[in-house]
Design a protein around this ligand. Structure first.
Ligand SMILES: Nc1ncnc2c1ncn2[C@@H]1O[C@H](COP(=O)(O)OP(=O)(O)OP(=O)(O)O)[C@@H](O)[C@H]1O
Ligand SMILES: [Mg+2]
Length: 254
């Protein structure tokens, strides 16, 4: 049975000397069904600066106004997605780029006036992806959702990856980032994370920043029976090692 693996590539690992895209193509050749979700926050910041559009942060989250959402869509769906698709095609994989707006894949809604065009996921239409996967394509998803009838919203890429894995009932969800996995208060790797430990680390302020949406997404996916984990995407071969069940990074135990 072909295994469906949702891989979230962190903006933090994009452009490093990793082998993630080679691993994705190799897994696809071996008969698996990989789905890629990517971030790109750093490049958005860079383009907003170049275009002289000020960034405002509310509780650590970027507020996205009408001007900024055009830049977010342009950079994520235009620049970052097209780059990744081109690189996978160059490696011999039939990557197809899309965002949550395409085919109504990810529906979303605004949830905080102060954040503007930032969305939370209200639904995922997994059929859009199944069609692509059945045809032998490797879907590469930019984290933009559709607020009906036609408004694009900026969504956290980790959240999109978790909801997509859940809706697809994927076999696994792998977050590739720039750290070994979740680290505890002493900086040591947490190999297995359950809800109780996550709660304690969060309350202690150890589980913070970019790890919060990842851990939340892992538990959301794990609830649907998806094997969820986080690992260092800058290490060559990491994705395949995780996919083969090697004990690396942080694994979620539901
Ligand atoms: N307890 C923790 N263990 C490990 N990393 C942590 C922890 N708490 C916070 N972090 C931070 O989370 C970062 C990873 O999340 P981050 O959002 O920066 O990367 P990403 O999601 O891979 O990339 P992007 O957001 O660009 O898609 C780490 O580099 C680290 O600085
Ligand atoms: Mg992040």
């Amino acid at each position: 049975m072909a295994r469906t693996t949702v891989v979230k590539i962190g903006g933090s690992t994009l452009g490093s000397e990793d082998t993630t895209l080679q691993d994705v193509v190799a897994m696809h050749r071996a008969g698996d069904r990989p789905v890629v979700v990517h971030g790109g926050g750093a490049m958005i910041t860079d383009w907003l600066k170049r275009l002289d559009i000020p960034s405002q942060f509310v509780d650590g989250l970027r507020s996205t106004n009408a001007e900024a959402i055009d830049v977010v869509v342009g950079v994520l769906r235009g620049v970052v997605n097209t780059q990744l698709v081109g690189q996978i095609v160059a490696l011999g994989g039939r990557a197809v780029g899309l965002c949550g707006v395409d085919g109504g894949l990810v529906t979303a809604e605004r949830y905080d006036d102060r954040l503007g065009f930032v969305g939370r996921v209200t639904g995922v239409n997994a059929e859009v992806l199944r069609g692509l996967l059945d045809s032998g394509a490797i879907p590469v998803i930019a984290p933009i959702g559709l607020e009906p009838p036609s408004q694009p919203l900026n969504i956290n890429a980790d959240t999109v990856a978790g909801e997509v894995a859940r809706a697809l009932r994927a076999d696994s969800l792998v977050f590739l980032t720039d750290v070994e996995g979740l680290l505890d208060g002493q900086g040591a790797l947490v190999p297995e994370l359950d809800q109780a430990l996550a709660k304690a680390l969060r309350e202690a302020g150890v589980l913070a920043g970019g790890m919060i949406p990842k851990v939340d997404a892992c538990f959301r996916a794990a609830e649907a029976g998806v094997a969820a984990s986080m690992a260092d995407g800058t290490v060559p071969g990491m994705l395949r090692r995780v996919a083969f069940g090697e004990r690396v990074g942080t694994r979620i135990v539901a």
